[in-house]
Design a protein around this ligand. Structure first.
Ligand SMILES: *Cc1c(COP(=O)(O)O)cnc(C)c1O
Length: 403
C-alpha cells in the first residue's frame, strides 16, 4: 500500500477514517468509557484492549495487507482510543496526538499563508506562544478578541478569516462564550469554528451539538486525569475537514504512541467518576473561598453568582472543577502557594491531584503585559484545579494556607 494515498487507506482499515456513529447508541457516556469502541479483544477475550507496541506490520503475501502497514499511518491501539473519543464526543473522526500543542499544530494545516484566525483573548499561554511566536512567521494572522462579546467577535471578522479558535470557559478568568452564536457567526462568514474543550470535556460540554466543526483537546488534562500522560486530540464533526487534517498528521508524524494510547484508554474508563467527584469538591471549595475574608474575587462557572451562569446552565451539563481566585494582597497569594501541602504548587490541571498555579508567570507567562492587564491576570490571581481528594482535607489545607 502507498502510505500517502488517502483513498487507499480509506478502504484498508475499517474505522480508520471515521466511526460508525450509531455504534453503542443505547449506551451512555459512563458505559462507553468503560467498554470502548471495539471493546474487548475478539481473539482472546482480553478485557483490557491490547497494546500493539509495533512500529510496522507484516504483509501476509505480495499485494496483501492486514490493513495496517506502519504505526505513523495507523495503529490499532491508537485507533481504539480515537474511535472511543469520537463516539463520546458525537463526532465522526478523532485523531490522537503526542500533546495538545501537537493537535493544535495540525489544526493550523487547514490554513494557508495570508489566512487569518480569530482567537479567544483569554487563552492557554502555550497556544498563544504557538500562534504568535511560531505560526505568525509563516504568514498566518491571529486576531485576539474577547469571543464572549459577540459584537466584538463580529467586528473582528475580515474577508480572510478562515478559522475561529475558541476556549470556553476561558483560561484563567473563566468567562463563558456562546458556542451556538459563534458557530452561526463563523459559518455565515465562511469560517470554521474549533472549540478547545479541555476544561469541561465532552462529559459536560458537547460543542458539536452547538454547531462547532472541530473539538480540540489537551488530553493531558481531564481525559488523562492522572497527571502522567501528555496527549492531544482533534475531533471532527463530519468528514469535510478529514482529508487535509489526516494527511497533515500522517506526514508530520506527531501522533500519540501506542503505549500512551493504551494508558489513555485506561484513564478514560474513570472519566465520569473523576469528574463528578472533582465537580462536587469544586462546588464546596468555591463556597469556602467566597466566604474567606482574604479572597476578593472567585471565578467559577458553577457559582450561581457568576455573570455567565445562565449561559452555562443552557449550554453545558456541568461546570467542571477549575476555579480562579484573587487574594487581597500579592504576599498572600505567594504565601498560599508556599503553604498548601495536600494541594500541590504545579502547572497543569484536570488530574486526581489538586494543583494550584500562578498564571501570571506559569501558564500565561508567554502573554504580553498589556493583554494580561486587560484580562485582569495580575499578581494576586491564583488558579486551582480541584482533584478527587477528600474535600474536608482540601478545605483544611486551604484554611491553614490562609491562616
Ligand atoms: C494544557 C492545555 C493545552 C496544551 O496541551 P498540552 O497537552 O500541554 O500540549 C491547550 N489548551 C488548554 C486549554 C490547555 O489547558
Amino acid at each position: 500500500m502507498n502510505d500517502s494515498s488517502f483513498e487507499a487507506m480509506a478502504q484498508e482499515i475499517d474505522g480508520l477514517l471515521g466511526i460508525d456513529q450509531a455504534k453503542h447508541a443505547d449506551w451512555h457516556a459512563d458505559s462507553i468509557v468503560v467498554r470502548g469502541y471495539e471493546g474487548i479483544d475478539a481473539r482472546t477475550g482480553s478485557i483490557s484492549y491490547p497494546l500493539y507496541q509495533s512500529a510496522t506490520f507484516a504483509h501476509p503475501a505480495w499485494g496483501e495487507s492486514t490493513g495496517y502497514c506502519y504505526s505513523r499511518c495507523g495503529n490499532p491501539t491508537r485507533l481504539e482510543l480515537e474511535n472511543t473519543i469520537a463516539l463520546l464526543e458525537g463526532g465522526k473522526k478523532c485523531m490522537a496526538f503526542s500533546s495538545g500543542m501537537a493537535a493544535i499544530t495540525t489544526l493550523l494545516k487547514l490554513l494557508r499563508s495570508g489566512d487569518r484566525v480569530l482567537v479567544s483573548d483569554d487563552l492557554y499561554g502555550g497556544t498563544y506562544r504557538l500562534f504568535s511566536n511560531i505560526y505568525a512567521q509563516y504568514g498566518l494572522e491571529f486576531g485576539y478578541v474577547d469571543l464572549t462579546d459577540l459584537e466584538a467577535a463580529e467586528a473582528a471578522f475580515t474577508p480572510n478569516t478562515r478559522l475561529v479558535f475558541l476556549e470556553t470557559p476561558t483560561n484563567p478568568t473563566m468567562k463563558v462564550a456562546d458556542i451556538q452564536a459563534l458557530a452561526d457567526l463563523a459559518h455565515s462568514r465562511g469560517a470554521v469554528l474549533a472549540v478547545d474543550n479541555t476544561f469541561l470535556t465532552m462529559y459536560f460540554q458537547k460543542p458539536f451539538e452547538l454547531g462547532a466543526d472541530v473539538v480540540v483537546y489537551s488530553g493531558t488534562k481531564y481525559l488523562c486525569g492522572h497527571n502522567d500522560v501528555l496527549s492531544g486530540f482533534l475531533v471532527l464533526r463530519d468528514d469535510s475537514l478529514l482529508e487535509p487534517l489526516f494527511n497533515a498528521t500522517m506526514s508530520e508524524g506527531n501522533q500519540l504512541s501506542p503505549f500512551d494510547s493504551w494508558l489513555m484508554l485506561r484513564s478514560l474508563k474513570t472519566l465520569g467518576v473523576r469528574l463528578r467527584q472533582q465537580e462536587a469538591n469544586a462546588k464546596r471549595i468555591c463556597k469556602a473561598l467566597k466566604a474567606n475574608p482574604h479572597v476578593t474575587d472567585v471565578f467559577y462557572v458553577g457559582d450561581p453568582d457568576h455573570p455567565d451562569y445562565a449561559l452555562s446552565k443552557r449550554q453545558t451539563a456541568g461546570f467542571g472543577a477549575m476555579i480562579s481566585f484573587k487574594t487581597d494582597t500579592h504576599r498572600r497569594a505567594i504565601d498560599a502557594l508556599e503553604r498548601t501541602r495536600l494541594i500541590l504548587f504545579a502547572e497543569s490541571l484536570g488530574g486526581t491531584e489538586s494543583l494550584i498555579t500562578y498564571p501570571l508567570v506559569q501558564t500565561h507567562g508567554a502573554i504580553p503585559a498589556p493583554m494580561l492587564d486587560k484580562l485582569g491576570i495580575d499578581d494576586r490571581l491564583l488558579r486551582l484545579s480541584v482533584g478527587i481528594e477528600d474535600v474536608e482535607d482540601l478545605l483544611a489545607d486551604l484554611d491553614q494556607a490562609f491562616a
